[in-house]
Write a protein that binds this ligand. Sequence first.
Ligand code: NAD
Length: 297
Amino acid sequence: MNPTPGPTASGARLLDGRAASQELLDALRREVEVGVAAGRPRPGLATVLVGEDPASQVYVRNKRRACEKVGIRTFHLDLPADVGQEGLLRHVRDLDEHPEVHGILVQLPLPKDGGYDENEVLAAISPEKDADGFHPVNQGRLMLGQPGPRPCTPRGVMHLLDRTGEELTGRHAVVVGRSNIVGKPVALMLLERHMTVTVCHSRTRDLAAEVGRADVLVAAVGVPELVKGAWIRPGAVVVDVGINRRPEGGLVGDVEFDAAAERASWITPVPGGVGPMTIAMLLRNTVEAAWGPLAMP
Ligand code: NAD
């Protein structure tokens, strides 16, 4: 399933996350329609928002809207910033016991001054209802190559890589960033696909040289245009996870897009690359939490 090559100013083909995400959402909507008509329970996602951070409010609203379009039932809890660790845990455990809730998402980060322990909150969700794939048991399953919900952004990265039709086995992947939500899980998923994987981070000595060895580059740093176009190996596939706000407005990735597009074979734009895939994978994880793995690509 190769996407139609989109235009970039130069050689690279655009790896279009908006189109990929829309296709996935359409396919999920059909699956849900058919499954529910056949008597399966309607998948349900619970979202929990603590406090009033405007960016988090937008993220949660977008996730709920996407669910509604696909036919996933949503449950939402808006909790005050001072609900406290114990109060939040009680709410999460109640949702966890709710038979119509198949997936639970606690929007992160939790308010800084509330004394919250995010790890304890994530661990209070049962691994089977962990729509984000952040539960330690599910991170462990990924580590061991066992089935289980995978973190949404890394899963979206893999989906985009598969759309290129490029062979991954035996080739060299370089991941820049080692966070628990993107860098580390994506590195494990690339390894699972038999790539040779290098993980770079803030202490890496010669980032340019490491990046230059990548057949597949995944940048997940959060530093605008840290990765220079001139570092990219000609023909590499470049997946830019970074979402950074420019002081003058607008978004920019972790990779210098125009210069990288002159050398890469495929490249994701920012915005419109990995971002839209994350929500689509959250919805897929929710449907799979309700019904088990789906056969679709
Ligand atoms: P993080 O801050 O948790 O981790 C950043 C990583 O980058 C760290 O491991 C750090 O070692 C590394 N790093 C920092 N400076 C570096 C440098 N100069 N050279 C090499 N490595 C360096 O960030 P995160 O949560 O993994 O997010 C990374 C980026 O991805 C952010 O821009 C974030 O907004 C974006 N993001 C996007 C999505 C999406 O849906 N597209 C999802 C999650 C995160």
